[in-house]
Structure formats: structure tokens, C-alpha cells
Write a protein that binds this ligand. Structure first.
Ligand code: CAA
Length: 240
């Protein structure tokens, strides 16, 4: 695949695995990150993949950042909207900022990024957009009204955008990972993780590479008849 790919939140966790997999398939890859400069530098040193720092919740920052990537590398063919945060709390304890931050980062970013790449993809007649949803957007999760709403929103967004662009050679799909071996999940209490593993027929957490393989399929030319779908990759924890 000699395509140009952008992965948001790509220096750690699921995004990192997707970025490396895309590079191994021959793509020219750029990743974005927001906070962790040390992790970004280590990722860049280890992989040679270009890193760009901006807040994907900020529309003008996305516009400027994507312009810089296109100036540096060329037009974006593949976009993986992976960046996401958690601010878990039960609703009756949730501060408005915990709601707004998660909605803007996890769902607003998908609009911000797509709005800035879709016009070019339409002109060129090719695009692959893969949005990272979550099992918790499909089934809901105690303590995650914000995150579950954002991740469910991604599924509806994906279906609508897929319809708008199917005739232009652009596919838009979502993956819905289960609990994976990442920093985000490591922040959850050990008791909860044990319950999750016990409820997962495959009997383990997902690995970032498990999710990257699903993303790679949806990014490939082989998937040109797959659009508007949500691919669950959760070890059987929730079957839809
Ligand atoms: N269902 C029903 N009741 C539950 C429950 C559940 N899943 N979880 C907790 N409760 C109950 C508890 O038993 C407790 O009841 P009692 O007061 O009668 O003992 C009550 O709710 C309060 O629970 P906590 O003590 O946990 O409440 P807290 O305020 O200390 O913590 C919380 C709240 C931070 C949300 C905590 O419950 C938590 O971390 N939950 C896990 C959230 C989670 O799974 N996040 C996923 C992050 S990873 C991710 O999101 C990636 C991805 O895409 C998969």
C-alpha cells in the first residue's frame, strides 16, 4: 500500500499499533499526539514515523495540522481517528468539564479531522476512514455516560459519512475494540479488569495488534465494498 495515512493519538496504545502496521504495509504514516512529548519522541526514534502535536478537539488546529502534513508528505488517503480520553465518573458525580472534554476529544475530533480531509478525498476519488469506537459505545458502561455517548456517536457519524461518500471512492467504517492492554485500560481498577476478562469468552484482554489488524483490513483496497460498518473486536465480550 503506497498510501499516505494519518493516525490520531498514534504514539501510544491502539494508535501506535495501527501506525506501525500501516508503515509495515508500505504506507507513509504521520501520527498526531497531544500531551506526552516523551512518548512521542520515543515513538519517533523507534519507528521513524513523523509525529505532529496538536489538540484534535480544536478545529483550527486540525485544519492547520493537516495542512502541514499534506505539505510535508502529500494528500491524506487513509485517516484513522483513534485519539480518545476517559474521564470516568458516575453521572451524579460528573463535572460538566468531564462531559465536554470527552465529547470534544473523542467525538468532536472525528468531525474536525474528517471535515478537513474529506473534500480532498472526494476530489481524488479515494479515501479510507476508520473511526475507533468502543465496546462501551455499543453496550454502555457504568461510570462512562460521557465516553459511551461519544463512542456510540461515532457509530452514527460513521454510517452517515459513509452514505455521503460511497459514490466517491471513500469508505468510512468503525472498529469497536473491547478492553485492551493499553495505558487507558491499565488505569481501571484490577477488580474491574478481572471481571472483564471473566466475561470475555476468549479469556484475555485484547492486544493493540488485534485491533490494528482489523484497522488494516478496513484500510486496505480489499475492503472497498465494506462501508458504514462497525467491526467488533472484543474477544466475544459483547456480540452484536
Ligand atoms: N454495575 C453496577 N453497579 C456497579 C458497577 C457496575 N458495573 N460498578 C460499580 N458498581 C456499584 C459498586 O458496587 C458500588 O456499590 P455500593 O456503593 O453499593 O458498594 C457503587 O456502584 C459505586 O461504585 P464505585 O465504588 O466503583 O464508585 P466510584 O465512585 O469509586 O467509582 C467509577 C466510579 C470511577 C466509574 C468506577 O466504578 C470505575 O472505574 N468503573 C470502571 C469504568 C470502566 O470500565 N472504564 C473503562 C475505561 S477503559 C476504556 O474505556 C477503553 C475502552 O474503550 C474499553
Amino acid at each position: 500500500m503506497t498510501r499516505i495515512a494519518v493516525v490520531t493519538g498514534g504514539t501510544r496504545g491502539l494508535g501506535r499499533a495501527a501506525a506501525i502496521a500501516l508503515k509495515e504495509k508500505g504506507c507513509t504514516v504521520a501520527v498526531t499526539y497531544h500531551g506526552n512529548d516523551a512518548a512521542a519522541q520515543a515513538f519517533k526514534d523507534e519507528t521513524g514515523i513523523a509525529v505532529y502535536k496538536w489538540d484534535v478537539a480544536d478545529f483550527p488546529a486540525c485544519k492547520a495540522g493537516l495542512q502541514k502534513i499534506e505539505d510535508d508528505l502529500g494528500s491524506v488517503d487513509i485517516l484513522v481517528n483513534n485519539a480518545g480520553i476517559t474521564r470516568d465518573a458516575t453521572l451524579h458525580h460528573m463535572a460538566p468539564e468531564q462531559w465536554v472534554d470527552v465529547i470534544n476529544t473523542n467525538l468532536g475530533s472525528v468531525f474536525n479531522m474528517c471535515r478537513n480531509v474529506v473534500p480532498g478525498m472526494r476530489e481524488r476519488g479515494f479515501g479510507r476512514i476508520i473511526n475507533v469506537s468502543s465496546i462501551n459505545g455499543q453496550k454502555g458502561q457504568f461510570g462512562q455516560t460521557n465516553y459511551s455517548a461519544a463512542k456510540a456517536g461515532i457509530v452514527g457519524f460513521t454510517k452517515a459519512l459513509a452514505q455521503e461518500n460511497a459514490a466517491k471512492g471513500i469508505t468510512v467504517n468503525a472498529v469497536a475494540p473491547g478492553y485492551c492492554d493499553t495505558d487507558m485500560v491499565a488505569a481501571v481498577s484490577a477488580d474491574v479488569i478481572q471481571q472483564i476478562i471473566a466475561a470475555t469468552p476468549v479469556g484475555r484482554l485484547g492486544q493493540p495488534a488485534d485491533i490494528a489488524r482489523a484497522i488494516m483490513f478496513l484500510a486496505s483496497d480489499d475492503a472497498d465494498f465494506v462501508t458504514g460498518s462497525t467491526l467488533s473486536v472484543n474477544g466475544g465480550e459483547y456480540m452484536v
